[in-house]
Ligand binder design. Structure first.
Ligand SMILES: [Zn+2]
Length: 385
């Protein structure tokens, strides 16, 4: 069976799957995988106050080892379509470049995984020496509550057990082969609130300006780095993202000042310990002079690392053999669904180029689709050898 990743990517891009719409993308994958002998499940999840979203789980084989290909078919909205030189869902190819929303994030890589899988099982009497599954959500780019988390729970309740996962998010900064993601930093949002006493600017002795206090606390919190990083992670970092008093006047000392911040943290830290450290710095600088507190937001973005070992080595080699580049093992960037998958099995991320994600005129070189298919194909060969 010869599967063409470019044709599959074009067909997927033509499905306008802006969440909650499935847009025909999951139906297409269902058809392709059913024809190849997969047992396919379309699963719709709902939650009060959200739109129902369709997801897909498909498996071929019953034995271990079990390799999961994970991804999402939903795409971010195209924005102002008149700014696109190629209509976002027209899937046009010009000079070896395929244009369309989702080209790199991440219909392109799903097409490559499908093509590689069809090719692999076609050459192995219709089934793998183990199991292959596709766990594809339609709710990653949206509010992401009816997607991967629920699909993983659903699969676990059915007794599905996974040995390894490859998530196809765009990972390469410059060229295909640059980078494999083997972990992600944790994320924690907070708001620092300093309370003062409102008053007239001409009578400061009757007021207590919280702006002075918040400036001092921000400086104290940022005075020292949180840590120096680890073998696989950069330093944990706290970044203030806004400072507000919401004051529309020029003659009133405000009653309260707020500063929002985000912490990205590495695998030497825990959320609890970081919260304690930030509060300790604030408390020390505040003494009895500044009234303050921090509101911490709930978060499900914990740090994780898939430690280098045989699985990561095998993938690194497969990438190098096809592209001629030895990919860097990285933990940079924002969070992804890998943070949920890692609770079920080791997960790495390798996909297309990251530059074009969410942009106008999102595009991918068709040569990259062919090469990524060859990489996934090699991974399948080695994984089930
Ligand atoms: Zn994505």
């Amino acid at each position: 069976m010869i599967a063409d990743p470019v044709a599959l990517a074009r067909d997927l891009i033509r499905c306008p799957s802006v969440p909650p719409a499935e847009g025909g993308a999951l139906a297409l994958i269902e058809r392709v995988l059913k024809d190849a002998g997969f047992a396919v499940h379309r699963v719709t999840f709902t939650e009060p106050g959200t739109d129902p979203v369709e997801n897909l789980y498909a498996r071929i084989g019953t034995d271990a080892p079990h390799l999961m290909f994970a991804g999402h078919t939903d795409v971010v909205p195209p924005g102002d379509e008149t700014k696109w030189t190629h209509a976002p869902f027209a899937s046009e190819i010009e000079k070896g470049v395929l244009y369309g929303r989702g080209a790199v994030d991440m219909k392109g890589s799903i097409a490559c995984k499908l093509a590689a899988t069809l090719d692999y099982i076609g050459e192995h009497e219709g089934k793998p020496n183990g199991s292959i599954s596709f766990l594809i959500t339609g709710d990653e780019e949206g509010i992401a509550v009816n997607g991967t988390v629920k699909l993983l729970t659903w699969a676990a309740e059915r007794g599905e057990k996974f040995d390894h996962c490859i998530l196809g998010e765009p990972t390469n900064p410059e060229k295909l082969g640059d980078m494999i993601k083997i972990g992600r930093r944790g994320s924690q949002n907070g708001t620092l609130i300093v309370t003062g006493t409102q008053g007239h600017v001409a009578y400061p002795e009757l007021a207590d300006n919280p702006v002075r206090g918040i400036v001092a606390l921000i400086a104290a919190i940022n005075a020292q780095p949180l840590d120096n990083g680890t073998a696989h992670f950069g330093a944990s970092n706290l970044e203030f993202t806004s400072v507000d008093v919401g004051n529309k006047t020029v003659n009133v000392i405000p009653a309260e000042a707020r500063a929002r911040f985000n912490i990205r943290f590495n695998d030497t830290r825990t959320r609890e310990e970081l919260r304690a450290e930030v509060e300790k710095r604030a408390a020390k600088a505040a003494g009895n002079a500044i009234r303050w507190h921090i509101d911490w937001e709930p978060s499900n973005a914990d740090v994780f690392l898939t430690a280098p070992g045989p699985f990561v080595d095998m993938i690194q080699k497969a990438v190098a053999e096809i592209t001629g580049i030895k990919p860097v093992l990285s933990t940079t960037g924002g969070t992804s669904d890998a943070r949920f998958i890692r609770n079920y099995c080791p997960v790495i991320e390798f996909g297309l180029l990251s530059q074009q994600m969410h942009k106008i005129d999102e595009h991918v070189a068709t040569a990259d689709l062919v090469a990524l298919t060859a990489i996934y194909r090699k991974i399948l060969e080695r994984y089930f050898a």
